[in-house]
Design a protein around this ligand. Structure first.
Ligand code: URA
Length: 248
């Protein structure tokens, strides 16, 4: 794996490509103890040691972040009008050009994975993988055993689509009900439309799990953190296996 030294240093937060060019010109950058000044110099950060002012630059290609998405921001990288989840990141994380893996509605809260690892994102989003996603929801109306059964069998959405089996657990039933729902697909507004199909309305929605990854309860709304090495490994292993159709 090799890339230009100016790109590597810019990625690692040493300034813009222009600023990095000046840094190189000043002779403070070395690759394996040899001063390099040409921004086009190729470097393999997995095999060569790069130093700036004598300090070693630790390079990473991928970044994996877990965010507790707040309501009011959209799950996109850029938008002319709306604030996006990427706008909430620190500059030192944004330079990796990460993107959200899948979408949560503007008013939905909770677990959002943000990464620049396109391969992992692709695997997790593949409809073939049936990655289970768990949501906590508050429903306007009394959720009943009949709804649990309907979700288990699959409900017909407003566009005629029949959903795959979903697991619905009633945590508290009343004129407002607290529930947990596990789905293995990701149709547009799926949870809201599934409740609409049984004559009920979602008034609060929060994702709490995606595959093996659980939302860290210590993250406040809008906060995020890097995944631990174990979490990354777990996600990667998980993404390599086919989750059986309907097998929650
Ligand atoms: N289902 C929804 O209705 N909205 C979301 O944001 C996620 C799942």
């Amino acid at each position: 794996m090799s890339l230009r030294i100016d790109k590597m240093l810019a990625n690692m937060g040493y300034g813009t490509r222009k600023e990095v060019k000046k840094l190189l010109k000043s002779g403070v950058v070395k690759i394996d103890d040899v001063i390099v000044k040409d921004p086009k110099t190729q470097v393999d950060p997995t095999k060569q040691v790069v130093t700036v002012w004598g300090e070693e630059v630790e390079y990473k290609e991928f970044i994996y972040l877990m965010m507790n998405k707040p309501p009011g921001v959209i799950s996109a990288t850029e938008d002319m009008v709306e604030e996006t989840v990427i706008d909430l990141l620190e500059e030192e994380d944004r330079i990796f050009e990460p993107f959200p893996v899948g979408r949560l509605d503007k008013d939905t809260e909770g677990l959002l994975l943000i990464t620049n690892d396109g391969q992992l994102a692709h695997q997790l989003l593949s409809p073939k993988k049936h990655v289970p996603k768990t949501y906590f929801a508050i429903i306007d109306g009394e959720v009943t055993e009949a709804d649990v059964e309907a979700f288990r069998r699959g409900v017909i959405l407003d566009d005629g689509y029949e959903t795959k089996p979903a697991e619905l657990a009633i945590l508290k039933s009343g004129i407002r009900s607290d529930v947990e729902v596990i789905i293995t697909e990701g149709k547009f507004h799926q949870i809201k439309r599934m409740f609409q199909a049984v004559g009920k309305r979602v008034i609060y929605l929060k994702r709490i799990q995606m595959g093996p990854l659980s939302l860290d309860p210590s993250l406040e709304l809008g906060e995020y953190r890097e995944l631990t090495d174990e979490e990354v490994e777990c996600l990667k292993n998980f993404s390599l296996f086919d989750t059986k159709k309907g097998n929650l």
